[in-house]
Ligand binder design. Structure first.
Ligand SMILES: Nc1ncnc2c1ncn2[C@@H]1O[C@H](COP(=O)(O)OP(=O)(O)OP(=O)(O)O)[C@@H](O)[C@H]1O
Length: 700
């Protein structure tokens, strides 16, 4: 892709407040052309909708869009300057171009990485992915048609052998027939292999696309909306594999082959007349049975799926909390829960297995009975001279084809589909969860986010909880240093997460610099806000990966300087792998204090405008605490805003305002000295009500 066009598309996306998928440039082909059709090639290679060429003189509301001039090249056209010239910009340059007939204007239709707007269902994601490959499936259907016609050829071959070759011993005809059938079979083989390979390749691409979509969607689920456990959610996502299983070549061919049953019945009618009644009765019976089976297993597959997800959730939880379980002799308790869930899964799976076993046997018997009835009926017809023995053999082979692979595979396919359908329902559940940044909300990209933070009539309740946080009005000005204190469970961390934009209150508004936080583009918000949670959890990778998570790599020198200011450099220096120190899955490999230092080093490197720290030094010794706080203070600019949740009295000297929370409400808010004095002069009961930390109670 031409670099200029890529940059201009990015600029256009920015003006339209659209976040492009992070890998969109990587997915574009290596086309470096800059001609008029380059934009079409680019969007086609990305799988986006075709850009819309604007005919004639563009209307004012059609701007901004891309424009190509044969002399000046590509630009983003912003708006008319006069009636005959328009403003353009691109790569930091601005210009005014005269309008002329040889300019080409294009409106680019950006895809939404999370395809918002309409309500999504999991099945529509797969359907859209299949529909994008219409051509391939049309080719597949043609191959299926040819393949089925060739199948008829083999049955007609048998008819010719019985009716012509054997009675007359004409072996020259036999040789010609055998050669002809061999050629047909080889063509069939080639068609089947090509069809299977093509479908599997596309199925893999669909798998990549849909997995990417669901992974991104699961990541963007708002933190406060994740009421289910990590293991359960992971297991729900694994349902994708079941849907993928149904989309395999064999099941798709089964569906493709089903309509050809009608063709086969027609051929039987042509060869054996009334004999066609036999498959005409047996085939609908088989389909009816399949339908009853699908209906019968529906509830059981849904329930088995839910219990299976919970079982996986328990497995993840027990492995993750092994330390607590072992130390507290919780092994038996966990085993008991595991066995109960296992029993539940078996109880739900048993009806599915029972239906499957019974229906498979019925299908086999039906198949054999159809064969017997056909031959018996055919014997009358042959004896009566209404059809030849060869035609009867051909009819038997064709009926076998309808009843055989087609019908024999149906029960298995229906069970597979039953589980896939339950997985789709579970995936719908994930799609219905609220996202960090729903596609239908604006994606504002202000120049700056430095400004007042305002909470107005905010109410936040955790799912299932009766009470939560209630803040009538709270304002934090740029440059303020605020401490948040309160008793255990008083809502300090919740408040900080709301201010960080990680939780969205059910009522009221949270604004930053006058803009509703939910409407600000997520990347800008994350750049501006540095949030250190109470427990900084590391991810699998190296120490460097964890320090730089989501940040551009500033180089080892800058990184090591930041580590020196926090004290993390001691760990780096001591370990033979240094910055490449491996962090195992689940963030194991560092002590609690070292994890906090990693988070603080990352925070210093990200250089945020708004610092939100949740008990930043609770894991640190006194010396490290001093070093870290000095580093943060040195890094903060005058207009940096600083909000720190703490239980430590000594840290309040760093802030000039203190907010006291109790029971999810602000009970005291004012300058540090004043608040401390108020707390110290109040009675103990009042202090408890106010929710002040133990240190202050002691002082009182
Ligand atoms: N994920 C959650 N789901 C449900 N309830 C929660 C969740 N997290 C916290 N709570 C509840 O919300 C209330 C406030 O919790 P929060 O973590 O904000 O308190 P805190 O003041 O930071 O406490 P601490 O000083 O112990 O860190 C508590 O009663 C807690 O039980």
């Amino acid at each position: 892709m031409s670099e200029r066009i890529g940059e201009l598309v990015k600029e256009l996306a920015r003006i339209h407040s659209i976040d492009l998928a992070p890998d969109w440039i990587d997915r574009a082909t290596g086309d470096t052309g800059e001609d008029r059709d380059a934009i079409t090639r680019l969007t086609t290679s990305l799988g986006w909708d075709q850009p819309q060429p604007v005919r004639g003189k563009p209307r004012a509301h059609a701007f901004p869009m891309l424009v190509h001039s044969p002399t000046a090249g590509w630009w983003v056209a912003e708006q008319w300057e006069t009636g005959d010239s328009f403003r353009v910009r691109g790569l930091g340059q601005e210009a005014v171009l005269p309008f002329s007939g040889d300019l080409s204007f294009f409106q680019v239709r950006f895809p939404d990485p999370l395809r918002g707007g309409r309500r999504l269902s999991a099945i529509s994601i797969f359907r859209d992915a299949l529909l994008q490959r219409k051509d391939l499936f049309v080719a597949g259907m043609i191959a299926t048609l040819l393949s089925n016609v060739i199948a008829l050829v083999t049955s007609l071959f048998s008819m010719q052998v019985y009716d012509r070759v054997i009675p007359r011993a004409s072996f020259s005809t036999l040789i010609v027939l055998v050669i002809g059938v061999f050629v047909a079979l080889l063509i069939d083989l080639a068609l089947r292999i090509t069809r299977a390979l093509l479908v599997e390749r596309e199925a893999q691409k669909i798998d990549t696309e849909t997995s990417e979509f669901f992974f991104a969607r699961a990541q963007s689920v708002r933190l406060d909306a994740r009421s289910m456990g990590v293991g359960t959610m992971a297991s729900q996502l694994r349902g994708l594999e079941q849907v993928r299983g149904v989309m395999s070549a064999s099941s798709l061919f089964l569906i493709a082959d089903l309509p050809f049953a009608a063709l086969f019945v027609l051929v039987i009618f042509w060869l054996g007349g009334p004999l066609a009644i036999v498959p005409m009765i047996s085939f609908p019976i088989a389909l009816g049975l399949a339908f009853i089976l699908a209906h019968g297993i529906r509830r059981s597959t849904d329930r088995a799926q839910i219990s299976g997800n919970r079982k996986n959730g328990l497995l993840v939880e027990s492995l993750d909390s092994a330390e607590t379980v072992k130390a507290n002799r919780g092994g038996w308790y966990m085993l008991g829960r595991w066995n109960r869930l296992l029993q539940e899964v078996h109880a739900h799976e048993y009806p599915v297995k029972r239906w499957s076993a019974v229906s498979s046997s019925i299908f086999t018997t039906l198949q054999q009975m159809t064969y017997v009835v056909l031959i018996a009926f055919g014997a009358y017809e042959v004896a009566g001279g209404r059809m030849t023995t060869g035609a009867l053999v051909a009819c038997a082979i064709i009926t076998g084809r309808v009843n055989g692979p087609l019908i024999a595979q149906l029960p298995n396919f229906i069970i597979q589909w039953g589980y896939a359908r339950s997985s789709l329902i579970q995936l719908d559940g994930i799609l219905d969860l609220p996202q960090d940044h729903p596609a239908e909300t604006a994606n504002l990209r202000p120049e700056s986010l430095h400004g007042q933070i305002r909470l107005e009539r905010v109410a936040f309740v955790y799912p299932g909880a009766k009470e939560g946080l209630e803040i009538e009005r709270l304002r934090i000005d740029p440059g303020e240093r605020v401490g948040v204190i309160g008793g255990i469970g008083s809502g300090k961390s919740t408040l900080l997460r709301i201010v960080a934009g990680l939780y969205a209150p059910q009522q009221g508004s949270v604004t930053i610099n006058g803009l509703d936080m939910t409407q600000v583009a997520d990347d800008l918000l994350r750049q501006h806000i540095g949030y250190l949670p109470q427990e900084f959890r590391l991810i699998n990778g190296s120490l460097r990966d964890n320090i730089l998570l989501g940040l551009p790599d500033p180089g080892d020198k800058v990184l090591l300087d930041a580590a020196t200011t926090t004290g993390l450099s001691h760990l780096i220096a001591r370990h033979p792998w240094g910055l490449d120190l491996p962090i195992s899955e689940g963030g194991r490999g560092l002590s609690g204090g070292q994890r906090t230092l990693t988070g603080l080093t990352r925070l210093l490197l990200s250089d945020p405008g708004l610092w939100l720290l949740d008990e930043p030094t609770s894991n640190l010794d006194a010396g490290t605490e001093k070093t870290v706080l000095a580093a943060i203070q040195a890094k903060m600019r005058d207009d940096s805003t600083f909000v720190m949740v703490t239980h430590k009295m000594s840290l309040l000297k760093l802030v000039d305002r203190v907010i006291v929370l109790a029971g999810g409400r602000v009970t005291i808010d004012g300058p540090t000295a004043e608040v401390l004095k108020r707390l110290q002069t109040s009675g103990v009961a009042q202090i408890k009500r106010a929710g002040a930390p133990a240190g202050i109670r002691g002082a009182a």
